[in-house]
Design a protein around this ligand. Sequence first.
Ligand code: FE2
Ligand code: FE2
Length: 189
Amino acid sequence: MSDDRSIELYIKKNLSEKRYMHSKRTAETTEKLCRLYGFNPEKGRNAGLLHDIGREISTDDVFSLVENDGYGVSRIEKEYPVLLHGRAGAVLAEKEIGITDEEILDAVRWHTTGKRGMSGITAVLYVADYIEPGRMHIDNEFRMKIREMNLDQLIMEVVRNSITYCRSKGYSVAEQTFMLYHDLEKKVS
Ligand SMILES: [Fe+2]
Ligand SMILES: [Fe+2]
């Protein structure tokens, strides 16, 4: 069976209707942005379809899936296991669906927190998850600006908004997200 078909069947069976629809919209947005920025649109779509497969599993399963993925678990991730759902999803995608493409796995792995130096599909998925058309917090003015922004500027907008949101809710921000923010501050004027 092709990867596309296996992924579609897997998410249809394992995700709630709401998250399935979000995954489909994220896949479409990732595919579009990949075309805009010159990355592989099929891989982008598959990464978008897969990105939240670790989001609806138990916390115990999340911890056991990331146990041996090589990235360790920080104090903040212990406190907020939801931050690990990208990494858990990447392990699941490989184990359960047989996805071996490292670009797709990397995008799924880091879509929640972002990662320093991220590029290609990983960067595009991080943005697409935040701006897909079902996200009501994104206003039209911002959507209009997207086409004029380069990818780093777009990531910066998403990181800045995510940090502001976490702070407003009293949540801790993952270290990876802060490091990404500080890197981009130097890069994006
Ligand atoms: Fe997610
Ligand atoms: Fe998502």
